[in-house]
Design a protein around this ligand. Structure first.
Ligand code: ADE
Length: 287
């Protein structure tokens, strides 16, 4: 895959999760639906302009009408299509459950670690079915520089919004297969393993972004307490939906506030320097 690196490229991309199917206050430029070697993305990608004219790309992870379950999201096509547009910095938004009392519904989080509990049914590499053997470094599954950069602007955007939404950082997210939610026993086990948050969508997105040398971070928006709390009902989809709309509004506010600054930081700062070229040392040499 080649990427565009000049200043006209759509450098910054956003993947919206459940409830987040568009961004606000952007001028629509065009909609594209590129066919990649891995098929079409979940939805056509909206290219939109910030007030400065800078273009960003927006993709609805589950499709515009929420037609793809987490296990069926065409993640390889999504990442490949964004890469083709020139995206090098990618923010994924996702509704998540909380495994910790001090991370209540409504909280925003920037996780730094992932525990993979997907079940091998999702194609998770661009190198499957090829003769190239590659092992991407994934010890730090999110772009450390990007996550560090995001903390300040997101905190400020949340404070400006004035709803009292807090941002927590340095959290570990469990990615489970679904579509059913966890049992109470599983939920307790994830807590013992050190999990703080749980969702069904951060993988293989994060793995594929790394293989595509895209700097990726997840903005996790907490909808529920999962199923570990004693004397409390286990999570249901209805409970998730209750918080989804408010979280999506706040996500739109955060995106609208930080994207311009993020673009400038990506263009002129060192956010991209960790991931760019990282796959060169991941390909196994042929003997
Ligand atoms: N997405 C939102 N809440 C979730 C939960 N409790 N488990 C898995 N995915 C989720």
């Amino acid at each position: 895959m080649s990427s565009n690196t000049d200043e006209d490229a759509v450098l910054v991309g956003v993947i919206g999760g459940s409830g987040l199917y568009h961004l606000d206050n952007l001028t629509f430029v065009r909609s594209v639906n590129p066919e990649t070697p891995w098929g079409f993305p979940s939805s056509p990608i909206t290219i939109a302009a910030l007030p400065s004219g800078t273009q960003v790309a927006f993709l609805a992870r589950h499709g515009q009408g929420h037609t793809f379950s987490p296990s069926a999201v065409p993640a390889r096509a999504n990442i490949a299509a964004l890469k083709l547009l020139g995206v090098r910095v990618l923010l994924g938004f996702s509704a998540v459950g909380s495994l910790r009392e001090d991370i209540p519904p409504g909280t925003f989080a920037l996780p730094t670690q992932i525990i993979d509990r997907t079940k091998g049914v999702r194609p998770a590499s661009f190198f499957e079915d090829t003769t190239v053997v590659a092992h991407a470094a994934f010890g730090d599954p999110f772009s450390r520089r990007l996550v560090r950069w995001l903390e300040g602007p997101i905190t400020q955007a949340l404070a400006e919004e004035g709803r009292g939404v807090k941002l927590v950082t340095e959290k570990c997210i469990v990615c489970m297969e679904g579509p059913q939610f966890s049992t109470r026993a599983e939920s307790h086990m994830y807590r013992q393993w050190g999990g703080d948050l749980i969702n069904m969508s951060v993988l293989p997105e994060a793995k594929l972004a790394r293989e595509a040398e895209i700097s990726y971070a997840l903005i996790a928006t907490v909808t529920d307490y999962d199923s570990w709390r004693p004397n409390t009902d286990a999570v249901t989809a209805a409970e998730v939906f209750k918080t989804l709309r408010a979280n999506a509004e706040t996500s739109r506010h955060v995106a609208g506030t930080i994207l311009q600054e993020l673009y400038a930081a990506a263009l002129h700062g060192d956010i991209l320097s960790e991931e760019a070229g990282s796959m060169q040392s991941s390909i196994m040499p042929r003997s």
